[in-house]
Design a protein around this ligand. Sequence first.
Ligand code: NI
Length: 213
Amino acid sequence: MSTEEGVGPLPASEASEARTEPRMRVVKGRPWRIDPGRRAKWSEEDFVRRHALAIRQIGDPVLHAPAKRPTLPKAELEALVARMFASMVAAQGIGIAAPQVGVALRIAIMDVDEAGIVAIDPRIEWTSDELEDTSEGCLSVRGFYGMLQRPAAARLVALDLNARRFTLEGDELGAQCMLHETDHLSGTLYVQHLRSREDLRSVDPDETEEVTA
Ligand code: NI
């Protein structure tokens, strides 16, 4: 997913302020993560060039159908996650779902505040009644962002690469990313949540500060 810095609910100064608490937190279990070592290796220019896949764009059938729970052996899952991460880095995203690289499996990376969370078969367990207005973009809807309402907080349960269950909570951009990526696995894009066509805007070409998922 992506958000347009400066168009979102937070002024840039506030958004860049040091946070005391990450916007995405593991509250139960201890998931397999993209730790600093993997992040360094998988962000390396040569690795990204060799492993990044093309990001599928809106209209591609793989983005509009529910994905299946993966049954791959762990080594293959990890190789796929590495390719997804490289693709996300190449496209400057903060999250990515397997269907976006053409793989119809329920796997997502959620990387708000470099959380490095890999979620297999994630399900949203709870969302707050409180909603917030946000701006949101998607690597699969290139050149646009939308203004929509999302729950301000959410909780998600998923499996890690070792098939162990964990629980994740997020607020603000953290919740938005969890909802956005989980939606991808059901074949839903954020544009389907827009209240009107007017809420879809094209990205200002002068705007370089872009965060996307
Ligand atoms: Ni997306």
